[in-house]
Each structure stands twice: as structure tokens, then as C-alpha cells.
Design a protein around this ligand. Sequence first.
Ligand code: PLP
Length: 443
Amino acid sequence: MEAAEQNKLIEQHPILADLKEAKEIVWINPDKVITAEGLARSSLGMADIDDAEARLKRFAPFIERCFPETRERHGLIESLLKPIPGMKARINERYGSNLKGDLLLKMDSHLAIAGSVKARGGIYEVLKHTEDLALEHGLLKEGDSYAKLADPKCREFFSQYKIQVGSTGNLGMSIGIMSAAVGFTVIVHMSADAKQWKKDLLRSHGVTVMEYESDYSEAVKNGRKLSDEDPKSYFVDDENSKDLFLGYAVAAKRLAEQLEEQKIKVDQDHPLFVYIPCGVGGAPGGVTFGLKEVFGDAVHCFFAEPVQAPCMALGMISGLHNKISVQDMGLTGLTAADGLAVGRPSGFVGGVMAPLLSGEFTVDDAMLYEYMRDLLDTEEVLLEPSACAGFQGPVKLFVTEAANAYLKEQRLDEKMEHASHIVWATGGSLVPETMREEYKNTF
Ligand SMILES: *Cc1c(COP(=O)(O)O)cnc(C)c1O
């Protein structure tokens, strides 16, 4: 992008000056409208989320059979919602954050099978494709238990089909592991940011990993091309997939049950704040969409991105969505948060989020490691760097002018004592022991 074009954008949206300089920003979305109106602009709705939830239930017997670690929950892949009062105290003491209400961690970092939030969307999309093929070819009949799909003759049937996906790491792991369990041949196209241990783990599951020198968008582009050339290959399109998005959205219904179990109220007088790390946008977008469907105006969702890869913030602030990349603003797109190392956001997600999202903030890589160690110290939970980005919300939000104006305008400032804050921990439990030590000692 020409300097003149950059300058024009910055003139229209002055906050982009800081974004361009890779400074941490807090951005409140001026286009957010009341939830009912925002949701009505989307072609998706609660019925689609219900449908996705029902499909995951149908597959639960299959998942339980293939992955014994899911036995306790009978094949449902779900994570804990953990109160983290020690971390709240740390945030207030160390960062002067003035955080009121309860702080909780949604531990998708510890989801079965994939160890990240991708166990929601990625696995859901593979299962949906599996069901489509099984029904089309008469492998399933009305009333059959889906556990049957793990029989050798079904696996043999699926082995003639291919699944391909482009990934910075975790999506590849969730798609790769589940596809291999169904019996599909799998190729994961991985960007330069992908961590070696993630590639090794995938290969150990029999997955073919293709490596690219370039960034995520290039890996996706080539993966899509190769898949399109092969009639028996299915491409999981992280940038545009509605199935992925709906798989993530199911999280909201499950969260509502957990909040109820823990007697945590969410309503007009008990606001819920949710902070989710964002890469291309599918995971945080899907979760947010579900949350807005379930909790309406009572939930306030924020995305977190690294200062060098704030693609969704840039797309939403400029209104250009996938027509602009962080490289257009002179940023590198390089970050230790491999799960968030995305230069160009999903246009589909940006469009759905435009009237629903409360705001965005960006975070320095060094802070991700600080938050990681803070959480380990206070709560004995280890996350991967990407997954710690959400903490920037509770740390920064309530001490910035922009966010305080938001609270005032939404008449929330009086209610914050009764607020709940959920930091969405998006990955970490599969991090190998050697990497854990490295993470603990970085920066
Ligand atoms: C993928 C990922 C995200 C963000 O999801 P997107 O769909 O790319 O926006 C956040 N955290 C972790 C650990 C991830 O792997």
C-alpha cells in the first residue's frame, strides 16, 4: 500500500497511527448496535447453532469410542470454566487494573483431543463432512449409533477421501487428529510460523505436513488450490467456513449451562465481559456470535491480537476487512503467538462482527509471557503464548479512557461490582514439556 493511502486511512481513523507503529491499542467499536438488530443482519441464527450442537451429540458415541479421554463426558468435548481469583488479585496489584467483579478462565486450552479452541470448530467441520459422506453412501441409517463409523469397513471407505487445510498450527492439529481418527487421508499446509512440535505431533498421527516459507495466507492459498484439483479432496476453509464458525458458536450454549451450574448470573444488571484471542477470526467470531445469541446485550465481547498482527482490528477499524493486510500498514505479521500470526482477517467474520463486537485491543509479545507466568504463579495453569492475549482486556480495559467511556455510555459503570469477566484460554495443554521450560524462561 502506498504511503499516501496509508496516510489517508490514518486521517480517517487516527487510532491506526498507533496500530501502524505497533503500539498497544484499545479500540471501542463505534458500529456496534443493539444485539437483536446486529444478529438480524447475519444469515446465520440460533437454529444453525442448535443444529451444530445436535450433530456433535450424534457424534458423541463415535468420539467416545475413538478417544478414551472423552469417556468421562461421554464423547462431548468441553472445557472447565475456572474462577481465578488469584490472577485477579495479581492483575490489580501488578498492573494497577482496577478490575471489579469475578475473573474466570474458560479453559479451551485443555479441551480433549486438540488442546485448543480448534477442538470446537475444526473437529466439528470434519465430523459434518463425515456425516455428509456417510449418509450419501448409505453408511448410516436412521437410528444407527454413530459409534459404528469407527468400524474398520467404514474407515476403509473414508480412506479414499482427503481432507486438506492451511494452518498456523492448532487448526491443523484438530483437523489432522480427527480426520486421521475417521480414516481420511490428511494434508496440513503449514505456514512458517508453525511450531516444530506441532508439525512433529501431526506427523506422528500419520498426517502429511507441507511446510511453507511464507505466511499463513500463502499456505491456505496453495492448500485450497491442491484440494480443488482433486475431486475426492475436501478443503477446510478457515477464512470463510460457516461450519467452523458454527462449531465454535456451540461453546456459548455450553457456557450458559456452566454459568448456571456455578450460579453466576448474566443479565442486564450482571454484565458478562469476554476476552478472546483472535487470529483469522473464526474461533473468536463464532464464540462471540453464539454468546450474543444466548446472552444478547448482557454480554460484551472483545478480541485480543498481537501488535504485529492485528489483522481483525485493522479490518474492522478501516472497514476494509479482508481487503487490507497488516503488511499493508508496514507491520511484519510476525509474533511469538503462532496461533494469532495472521496478516489478513476473514471477511466473512469481520462482516458478522461489525455490529456485534464491543471492541479490540492489541498486546505486545513480551506481555504474553508476563501473563503466562502470572497465571502459572497464581493459578498453576500453563497456557501457550497466543492463549494469554485475552488477559490484556482485564489488565488494560478499565484504566483506559476509551473503555471507560464505553462503560458510561452503556450504563455499566454502576454495575461492575456484579460483572463477570471471562478470559478465553485458547490453547496450551499439548505443549511438550521441553517447550514449557522454554516458555517459562522467554523474555
Ligand atoms: C487459532 C487460535 C486462536 C484464534 O482463532 P482464529 O480462528 O484464528 O481467529 C486463538 N488462540 C489459539 C491458541 C489458536 O490456536
